[in-house]
Design a protein around this ligand. Structure first.
Ligand code: CA2
Length: 147
């Protein structure tokens, strides 16, 4: 069974608790359950994590790279949150490990402040999903299941 890594960056632990007009009212635990159900439908395993620390996200991408090297990774679905717009380290980790990655954002970053319009990660992404709310996570898993 191949595994999908779903990694979530800083402040996404607050999902559903603040700013519902932008991010909706579902919590990160709701998103984890949604991902569990999507993976179960497709016979995929799931690693679902969140961190507020850039280096920890780098370490987890390296871990996913090891899984990829063994032919056991379905994909990385990555909502790097604010690090999307700042982090060369996360770009280097994705490129360096060669993990197939879908960049995901809950909100439509292009309809928001201009500093959210640039992503360091898009250059290394197979696909980018944004603006579909938390449903984007399930749709990303559905897409990965067809790769
Ligand atoms: O739309 C997304 O998924 C983002 O990746 C979310 C990031 C933001 O910096 C990106 O530009 C777009 C922010 C995540 C913080 O999430 C919160 C959720 C609820 C309340 C406060 C923050």
């Amino acid at each position: 069974m191949k595994t999908v890594y779903v990694l979530n960056g800083p402040n996404l632990n607050l999902l559903g608790l603040r700013e519902p007009a932008i991010y909706g009212s579902q919590t990160l635990e709701d998103v984890r359950l949604l991902c569990e159900q999507a993976c179960a439908r497709h016979g995929l395993g799931l690693e679902f994590r969140q961190s507020n620390h850039e280096g920890e996200l780098v370490d987890w991408i390296h871990e996913a790279g090891g899984v990829h090297a063994r032919g056991e990774l379905a994909a990385l679905i990555f909502n790097a949150a604010a690090y999307t717009h700042t982090s060369v380290a996360l770009l280097d980790a994705v490129k360096g490990t060669g993990v197939p990655m879908i960049e995901l954002h809950i909100s439509n970053v292009h309809a928001r402040e201009s500093f959210r319009h640039h992503s360091y990660l898009s250059a290394a992404a197979r696909a980018v999903i944004c603006g579909l709310g938390v449903a984007g996570y399930g749709l990303a898993i559905d897409a990965v299941a067809q790769w």
